[in-house]
Design a protein around this ligand. Sequence first.
Ligand code: MG
Length: 256
Amino acid sequence: MRWIRFQLPDGTPTYGWLDGQQVGLVQGSPFGERQRAEPAFSLDEVRLLPPTTPSKIICVGRNYAAHAAEHAAEVPEIPLIFLKPPSALIGAGDTILLPPQSQQVEHEAELAVVIGKRGRWLPPETAADHILGYTIANDVTARDLQRRDGQWTRGKGFDTFCPVGPWIDTEFDPADALITCRVNGETRQMGSTRDMVFRIPQLIAFISSVMTLEPGDLILTGTPAGVGPLLPGDTVEVEIEGLGILTNPVQAEPPH
Ligand code: MG
C-alpha cells in the first residue's frame, strides 16, 4: 500500500491512497482507524504534502562508512543521533530555499522510516511491529554552519531542509535497496542500504531507549558517500530503488 498526504482544492490537507497513478481519499489516517474511498483523481493533479506530520524527526549521522570517511570522521561506536524540527519539512516538488547565512548547502539522500505505533525501550526483535512503512528524504545540510557551530541544530534545521515523500510505502524491503542522488540529472550519490553501519531494528531500539517514538515520527537512516553542493536553479532528485523518486527544485531564499 502507498499512502500520500495532499491538499484538497480548498487547501485542506488530507490523506489519500494510491492505486497505480490514481488517488483515492482516506477518511481517518494511515496511523489509525480509516476508510478508503475508490480512486477519484490522478496523482499528477494533486499538490503533494509531506506524507506524515511527525512529532519529531530523528536523524542518524555517519551511518555509512564511506560517507564518514569523506568527512575524515570515524564510524561511531553507537548510533549518532540528532533532530531536525518539523518546521523543516517540505513535500515532493516543493522548493528547497538556500538561506543567506550559508555558503555551502549540501544534499544527503536518505531512506526514512515512518513509525506506525508508539513505543519506548523497543527490542530489535519487535522493532518491525512499530514501522508503518518507508519514504524518501533529503537531509539538506548547511555544511559550513554545521562545522562552525559544533552542534548541528542550525546547520540541519532551516525551513525547507527536510524534503520528504512522495509517499509512504508499507511493503518496501529496506534490506538491500539502491539509493541514488542526482543534481540536474548528474549522479552525485549512489549506495545500497545494505551498507548501513547500524540496521533499522538496531536504530529503533537505540532511539526508543532515549525517547518515546510516536506514530508518524520519522527516522532518517543516514546518507551514503558523495554529498555535494546545491545551488540556485538546481533540481535535486533522490531515488530509492523500489520506493520512488523525490524531486525538489532549489532557489535562494528571497530577501525578507
Ligand atoms: Mg544525514
